[in-house]
Design a protein around this ligand. Structure first.
Ligand SMILES: [Zn+2]
Length: 335
């Protein structure tokens, strides 16, 4: 197996091309744009300018909220909402999507955060049979299910923006999640800002989004316009800084172990499916970004991914059964 000599991504990574110099196209893109991507002052100033524009636009429309943001129970989304309110003075509508995969940890964090954040909050519980249909189809067609939550989170962001006439959506994706598939400017912040659900989903689904657009069960909310920004693209904040702010200001409780995605009980299954389909764990691309940005060394990244590989290559039957039960359509009930 060949690896990019700069970031360590394997030659099997989705969309990769390793040049004759041993460097991959993701590194080439990053290097060509590193000035913009590491201009943290400029990026933060851009976000601040868009936040002010959203306030003015909401005022002009007579909207009750300046922005909408999802609250998953994970640390990043809680921190983002706290900052939107306190650093930027935005009137935030928060929402939580009940996707059937919440952990007691996540549910408890949402509850604690809401006690202290002081924002209006909507809980969305989609029709369970429709959820099951989405998960089942996604597993059949894409051999994964994370895309369903990605779609639904952003679908409801745009739906709420439309219902409440909110000009701005802010999400809590990390810089490495945004940049993990960045080999061109299309659909990638800060180079291109999305103003519709379809534009935004291009980042996750690429050209598949054009095909999905044809499915009757997928509503891309044509006609709904709102600007969507990923908070962490414009703010360089360490994990420790996020955790300290949350503990101090929102009564956050750290998970006992440092498991990523502690707010989703099916995460081991997502890892397992990624390893089976692609041969590498979920955060492979994110690790490549962290190496490029100098946050971890290539060797540290390889060690973390090696651990993920051995941890998730097998899942126990209890997890598998629970997962299958959750993602299968139930017979005899109309979808
Ligand atoms: Zn590379």
């Amino acid at each position: 197996m060949e690896y990019c000599k700069k970031c360590g991504l394997p030659s099997t990574y989705r969309g990769i091309r390793i040049g004759e110099n041993g460097v991959c196209n993701f590194c080439d893109f990053y290097d060509a744009h590193s000035k913009r991507l590491s201009d943290h002052t400029g990026l933060e100033a851009f976000f601040a300018e868009r936040a002010e524009a959203a306030k003015e636009e909401a005022k002009r429309r007579g909207s009750k909220f300046d922005c909408v943001a999802g609250l998953s129970g994970g640390k990043d989304s809680t921190y983002v909402i706290y900052q939107l309110k306190h650093k930027y003075g935005l009137r935030v509508l928060a929402f939580t999507l009940d996707n059937g995969f919440s952990t007691p940890f996540g549910v408890n964090n949402v509850k604690n955060a809401l006690d202290r954040l002081g924002v209006e909050h909507v809980r969305i519980t989609p029709d369970d049979e429709i959820l099951r249909k989405f998960y089942e189809k996604s597993l059949q067609l894409l051999k994964n299910f994370c895309g369903v939550c990605f779609h639904l989170m952003h679908y409801y962001s745009y739906l709420l923006a439309s219902q409440y006439d909110i000009p701005l959506i802010v999400n809590g994706r990390t810089r490495s999640q945004i940049l993990q598939s960045a080999a061109a400017e299309k659909g990638i912040e800060p180079f291109e800002i999305s103003h519709s659900l379809k534009e935004f989903e291009y980042q996750m689904f690429g050209r598949l989004v054009d095909k999905l657009d044809g499915y009757s069960c997928i509503d891309l909310l044509h006609g709904v316009e709102a600007e969507e920004l990923s908070y962490f693209m414009y703010h360089k904040v360490s994990d420790e800084e996020v955790l300290e702010t949350l503990e101090r200001e929102t009564g956050w409780v750290r998970p006992q172990s440092n498991i990523p995605h502690a707010d989703c009980w099916a995460h081991p299954m997502a890892e397992h499916l990624s390893i089976r389909k692609f041969g590498y764990p979920v955060r492979t691309g994110e690790m490549g970004v962290l190496v490029r940005e100098g946050e971890v060394t290539k060797e540290e990244a390889a060690a973390i991914l090696e651990k993920d590989m051995s941890k998730y290559s097998q899942v126990d039957s209890e997890m598998r059964e629970r997962f299958e039960e959750r993602t299968r359509q139930r017979k005899g009930r109309p979808a």
